[in-house]
Design a binder for this molecule. Structure first.
Ligand code: NDP
Ligand code: NDP
Length: 326
């Protein structure tokens, strides 16, 4: 057996710990992405048989509530919220999630010990995002239901150690016994198969879903992603919060400052406030922060989210069935 799990008889579904945990058809998860994954994208992915996540990292609590309510109206399938634990008043976001009875929460960028117990007491499935085997183990100890291990290739927030997904997944698989979701550098059915063979039970994709009709990102950003080439993204701002982004004029300013050994305050003043919104939501391709993964270099088309899910599942199934004769 190449990996754990079983295809349904019609091959249009899969049974493993991840599909069981979330109650979904395919072990395909759309990453929570600031300014890209509002209710439109999350509900479209969930309706297509994957798991859609609303990215709360760019939402004030009232906006988050609005998106959860709209998502509930747009799908009767399970969906979740990704909550980066960075804002000081994160308890307000948590209160909205509890009041709105969101069934699944992916926490990230923080300590899984802080909120896991509270969320689980309320019947919520909790997943935490990590970039090392060491932190995956901490998540397991904190009682999460599953872990997303995200490698160096990924867009947006990233680990400092630069461990690639290819090295990270086998290490995390070895370290933990709970379900494992791979992320970073995956955008195709074959990429998904590679991760499953390495021990993942599901995949999370961000960049692929930024280039969907339903993503709330600015059209200019989507177009810059599909025209990005190899080497066009870089892991920047390692001294503040490491993020993978597209090299543009904003990045050049950061790079020049870093070369001159600018201190944290100087870097923060270049960054200013709301750079990510300026780039990804408002479409300023020069001065905005454009967060995306390395895999952007193989993305060539903006399409409906349902077609993305369908094509990835088809390629995954065909490659598995035809090449390995399951
Ligand atoms: P809009 O506020 O432009 O709403 C779009 C329209 O779609 C609304 O009129 C809404 O109706 C309607 N609609 C269509 N289908 C449905 C459905 N199935 N269920 C509910 N409503 C539907 O955009 P969004 O809804 O995308 O965003 C809401 C707010 O969130 C905006 O202020 C937007 O700027 C912000 N936003 C923030 C993001 C972030 O990452 N922070 C990402 C995306 C948006 P009705 O008015 O009746 O609800
Ligand atoms: P900044 O501090 O530069 O700006 C904050 C931005 O977030 C503003 O545009 C603000 O909108 C908006 N915002 C939405 N909700 C809140 C809130 N509750 N409190 C404060 N601001 C809010 O931060 P960034 O834009 O660089 O990052 C935004 C957040 O997203 C950070 O917490 C960051 O760590 C996280 N993040 C998450 C990622 C993910 O993939 N999940 C990836 C990268 C970052 P307005 O201008 O309307 O006030």
């Amino acid at each position: 057996m190449l990996f754990e799990g079983k295809f349904t008889e019609d091959l249009n579904g899969f049974d493993n710990r991840i599909t069981q945990l979330f109650g979904i058809r395919y072990p395909i998860i759309q990453a929570g992405m600031i300014w890209a994954s509002g209710w439109k994208l999350a509900s479209a992915v969930s309706n297509a048989g994957g798991l859609g996540l609303i990215g709360a990292g760019s939402m004030y609590p009232d906006t988050l509530r609005e998106h959860i309510q709209k998502c509930k109206r747009a799908t009767d399938k399970p969906f979740g919220v990704n909550l980066p634990l960075l804002y000081p008043e994160i308890d307000k976001h948590i209160a909205v999630i509890l009041e709105e009875k969101v069934p699944i929460v992916f926490t990230s960028a923080g300590n899984p010990k802080l909120w896991t117990a509270k969320l689980k007491e309320n019947g919520i499935k909790v997943v935490h995002v990590v970039s090392s085997a060491k932190f995956a183990l901490k998540c397991q100890d904190a009682g999460v239901d599953a872990v997303v291990a995200e490698g160096f290739e990924a867009g947006g927030h990233n680990g400092r150690e630069e461990t690639t997904t290819l090295c990270l997944i086998p290490a995390v698989r070895e370290a933990i016994t709970i379900p494992l979701i791979a992320a970073g550098g995956i955008a195709t059915g074959r990429g998904m198969l590679a991760m499953m063979v390495l021990g993942a039970e599901g995949v999370q994709m961000g960049s692929r879903f930024v280039c969907s009709d339903e993503a709330s990102s600015h059209q200019a950003f989507k177009e810059s992603v599909i025209s990005a080439n190899e080497g066009d993204t870089v892991l920047a701002l390692k001294r503040l919060t490491p993020v993978r982004l597209i090299k543009n004029n904003f990045y050049k300013q950061v790079q020049e400052a870093e070369e001159k050994c600018a201190n944290t305050e100087e870097l923060q003043s270049i960054l200013g406030r709301g750079r990510a919104k300026k780039g990804m939501f408002e479409g300023d391709m020069s001065e905005g922060e454009l967060e995306i993964g390395q895999v952007s270099s193989i993305l060539k088309e903006i399409k409906p989210a349902a077609r993305i899910v369908e094509e990835i599942w088809k390629e995954f199934t065909e490659t598995t069935q035809h090449s390995f004769r399951f």
